[in-house]
Design a protein around this ligand. Structure first.
Ligand code: G3H
Ligand code: ZN
Length: 283
């Protein structure tokens, strides 16, 4: 069923595993991720950035595609449709009214009090509709879509205050993660993660999941990370497969002949992540 993230993340935190957010960009991504989740019997979060939402034709089109595919597949696992890095109250409101079951309001670039104010407004509207809310403090490094930032660690005191004053369902404390490929080994703030996880009692979110080694994934889960976002990895794998198939078949023009195999590569990548995160078999 289509659900908010609340129950799936609270359950994940209580049972020491993480649910993957896999960003979607088109039909094939939705197909691949839903197939992976059903085969692995894993809860799953479909992440939709504002750019990807526009590209697919708007949030209403995204919801319609997801719902139709879930019906066609007879999906039985819990699925959340989540606005990734919502840049304003208005963007979150649009997604909520289009039928998204979860939104992230990313006001981490704003002054703290403004982050609180915007996030509180989003929580009020979202919770009225049974929609879950993720917020961020500190900033994730790297670049993705139009989300750019330097690494600024979240402050544990501010994290606790944001949670208490806004009522969010999960928190993304930026602690050294980077969108896109890492330059060198990731250097995550596990001490702060443990402190924030314990102080807030909320499921924590790790952005920039691509390129984080399994030992760090498992450590993050042990310190309260219950949602891990992955986008770049799927894009790298898909692009490599499309190039490989087209280079091997210079006369190929049927899109299904190169998009189909690339869909399968996304599915395999997602299955691997569900097993790494421990969400496989938990639905
Ligand atoms: O919000 C999306 C994620 O943070 C994606 O990060 O592309 O580095 O896997 P990634
Ligand atoms: Zn992110």
């Amino acid at each position: 069923p289509l659900v908010s993230m609340k129950e799936m993340l609270d359950t994940a935190k209580a049972n020491s595993y993480a649910v993957g957010q896999f960003n979607i960009n088109n039909l094939e991504y939705i197909q691949a991720i839903l197939q992976a989740a059903e085969e692995e019997k894993s809860p799953v979060i479909l992440g939709v950035s504002e750019g990807a939402g526009k590209y697919m034709g708007g949030y209403g089109v995204v919801v319609a595609m997801v719902k139709s595919l879930m019906e066609a597949y007879g999906t039985t696992v819990p699925v959340a449709i989540h606005l990734d890095h919502g840049s304003s109250f208005e963007a979150c409101a649009k997604a909520i009214h289009a039928g998204f079951t979860s939104v992230m309001i990313d006001a981490s670039h704003d002054p703290f009090e403004q982050n609180i104010a915007t996030t509180s407004k989003v929580v009020e509207l979202a919770h009225f509709h049974g929609v879950s809310v993720e917020a961020e403090l500190g900033t994730v490094g790297g670049q993705e879509d139009d989300v750019v930032g330097d690494i600024i660690y979240a402050d544990p005191k501010e994290c606790q205050e944001l949670v208490e004053r806004t009522g969010i369902d999960c928190l993304a404390p930026a602690l050294g993660s980077v969108h896109g490929p890492y330059k060198g080994e990731p250097n995550l703030g596990f001490k702060e993660m443990e402190e924030i996880g314990a102080a807030t009692g909320l499921p924590l979110v790790l952005h920039g999941g691509t390129g984080i080694p399994l030992k760090d994934i498992q450590k993050a889960i042990s310190y309260g990370t219950s949602k891990i976002n992955v986008n770049t990895e799927n894009q790298i794998q898909q692009a490599a497969k499309v190039r490989e198939v087209l280079e091997a078949n210079p006369n190929m023009i049927d899109p299904r002949k190169y998009l189909g195999p690339s869909r399968d590569v996304i599915k395999e990548t997602v299955i691997g992540k569900m097993r790494e995160f421990g969400s496989a078999g938990k639905a």
